[in-house]
Ligand binder design. Structure first.
Ligand SMILES: N[C@@H]1[C@@H](O)[C@H](O)[C@@H](COP(=O)(O)O)O[C@@H]1O
Length: 193
């Protein structure tokens, strides 16, 4: 942001694709990723609205949205895919068991994911049960991937991702099939490596 504010860089020719979006929340909800992106990035920079892509889960047929989002994604080249990791090893909202060939899809959130994300809501009841997410196949097509994790709660999944078997039970382990992945962890998240 400092370089943007100084006028050194412009985002007017950048396209963005969000990784995932909750179902069951309107875009105006403060925990929708749409709202998060607007509040924290889009409204502060010169990105053109037509270059911003976020799965739509409001008042629409999820399957049609998945297909449309997937088509858009496949028509672009993603230079940098930014990821976090769920404590159960998910990436995006691709939960354990997701095929590495999976493309954009409507996913059901695991209970542990809903519990992890409960901290952003008033109660567990308010946490959505489903989401539209890029699939692992979409994620692996990016030219470079950057994964960021912090805190003790991520120590096991980071160790599983790096040193465990490459298995659909640990979706993040699929990243070892990609040739350009950077992982940034704090000491707590790295503590089981
Ligand atoms: N859908 C997101 C994931 O994409 C993200 O990886 C995870 C961890 O996020 P954080 O790094 O904030 O704990 O949270 C959610 O489940």
């Amino acid at each position: 942001m400092e370089r943007y504010r100084a006028g050194d860089i412009s985002l007017k020719d950048v396209q963005t694709f969000n990784l995932d979006e909750y179902c069951e929340l309107p875009r105006s909800h403060e925990q929708s990723y749409y709202r998060f992106m607007q509040d924290n990035l889009f409204q502060h920079v010169d990105l053109r609205p037509e270059n911003v892509h976020i799965p739509c889960t409001e008042d629409c047929d999820p399957q049609i949205q998945c297909d449309e989002y997937n088509r858009l994604l496949n028509s672009a080249t993603v230079d940098l895919q930014l990821l976090g990791i769920g404590s159960n090893g998910h990436i995006g909202f691709c939960e354990p068991g997701t095929s590495f060939d999976q493309e954009t899809f409507l996913t059901t959130l695991r209970e542990e994911t809903r519990l992890d994300n409960q901290r952003f809501f008033n109660s567990l009841d308010e946490v959505p049960h489903s989401a539209i997410t890029m699939g692992i196949a979409n994620i692996l097509r990016a030219r470079s991937i950057l994964l960021i994790a912090s805190g003790k709660g991520k120590a096991k999944c980071i160790a599983d991702m790096v040193n465990g078997p490459i298995t659909r039970q640990v979706p993040a382990s699929a990243l070892r099939l990609h040739e350009d992945v950077t992982v940034i962890v704090d000491e707590d998240a790295a503590s089981l490596l």
